[in-house]
Write a protein that binds this ligand. Structure first.
Ligand code: MUC
Ligand code: MG
Length: 379
């Protein structure tokens, strides 16, 4: 199966409501959809960014340039079935740029799995579950609106775990917002908080006990990703809540550094931040070896990337902190033909070869940036 063409296409899809994070408010999500061709067959992959190069260093424009200029040339002419060699070749050709590498790796796996008549999960050794408990993020920025949204999610049996985004304003006010939400859903939904690196250590030391006291079960990346020792000090202090690393743990080396210092009780896994399936599995293996809990993270993907992540997450024996593969639900429209099944508080693994999803050509054409739609960037 010799790879003969790789395309990277920019896609922008508006969200159903503004999604307010510590570093940006997102009204539109930006994607690179990758198509890899061999022997007349095609595989698809995706990289999603949040707020341009603000969650991490990569923007969709940069990801496309890296794929077109540096990844595609080293993969054209290679046998797609040599999946390990493909990941190594890409990693040798391009330093960093994990999202660009992952989108291509995802597409090559989809291509090979489809051609073999198996799912990506089967290609990775087989799924161990057909559904995963699914979290929702309350991030409208308004307490009453978040409570109403959470009530609706509970009533419709969509989600019973909520992640609250804070870190965008005054730390005391943000804490009050999270505490109000924790009280509103006490005993009915688990509440987690994501700071996206916004606090410094003294602020976290002061406010984490307040969050824990209100029943917040997990706090995600409270400190900047470089402050691994600070994360270790927070984890060692009995704050009463689990500390999870997200931005701080991308590579297996990051995972090892966190484990050595016991800097987190849980790791958020993301196929794109780790540069592909192989490295994500190495991060998960290190977590397992150290008794660190796993969480299935996301970057607010469309159905394409969500399915790509889901195929891997379903191969793990246990995700202690569930997953947040809700991206398509935050979008005005998904770009896949048949929506992913999300009901009864879970997301369900699609049947069929590859990632189990296909692109809807009309929606894809509509949201492609090169078809003239202006992109509305994050504020
Ligand atoms: C992040 O940092 O976890 C995932 C869900 C969400 O609302 O934002 C993302 C990114
Ligand atoms: Mg996070």
């Amino acid at each position: 199966m010799i790879i003969d063409r790789i395309e990277a296409i920019l896609v922008d899809v508006p969200t159903t409501r503004p999604h307010k994070l510590a570093f940006a408010t997102v009204a539109e999500q930006n994607y690179v959809i990758v198509r890899v061709f061999a022997d007349g067959a095609m595989g698809i992959g995706e990289a999603a960014t949040i707020g341009g190069p603000r969650w991490g260093e990569e923007s969709t424009e940069g990801i496309k340039a890296t794929i077109d200029g540096y990844i595609a040339p080293v993969l054209i002419g290679q046998n797609a079935r040599n999946l390990n060699a493909i990941e190594t070749r890409v990693a040798q050709a391009v330093r960093g740029n994990a999202f660009a590498r992952a989108a291509v790796v995802m597409a090559v796996h989809d291509l090979v799995a489809r051609a073999s008549g198996v799912s990506v999960a089967e290609l990775l050794g087989g799924a161990q579950t057909q559904s995963l408990e699914l979290i929702w993020t309350l991030a409208s920025g308004d307490t009453d609106r978040d409570i109403a949204e959470g009530e609706e999610m509970l009533e419709n049996r969509r989600h019973r775990h909520f992640k609250i985004k804070i870190g965008f304003g005054d730390a005391e006010r943000d804490t009050t917002h999270a505490v109000k939400l924790a009280h509103a859903f006490a005993g009915r939904a688990s509440i987690r908080v994501d700071l996206n690196q916004a606090w410094d250590e003294p602020t976290a030391c002061r406010l984490l006990p307040k969050l824990a006291g209100a029943g917040v079960v997990l706090v995600e990346q409270p400190l900047p990703r470089w402050n691994v020792e600070g994360m270790a000090r927070l984890s060692a202090t009995a704050t009463g809540t689990v500390i999870m690393a997200d931005e701080g743990v991308a590579s297996c080396h990051d995972a090892l550094a966190h484990v050595r210092l016991r800097a987190a009780d849980a790791f958020a896994l993301k196929v794109t931040k780790s540069g592909g399936y192989a490295e994500t599995r190495r991060v998960a293996a290190i977590a397992d070896a150290a008794g660190v809990g796993l969480y299935g993270g996301c970057m607010l993907e469309t159905g394409v990337g969500t399915a790509g992540y889901l195929q891997l997450f379903a191969t793990f024996s246990h995700l202690a902190w569930a997953c947040e593969l809700f991206g398509p639900r935050l979008l005005q429209h998904d770009i896949i033909a048949t929506p992913l099944a999300m009901h009864d508080f879970a997301i369900h693994l699609p049947k069929g070869p590859g990632t189990g999803v296909t692109i809807d050509p009309d929606k894809f054409d509509f949201y492609r940036r090169d078809r003239g739609r202006p992109s509305r960037k994050a504020g």
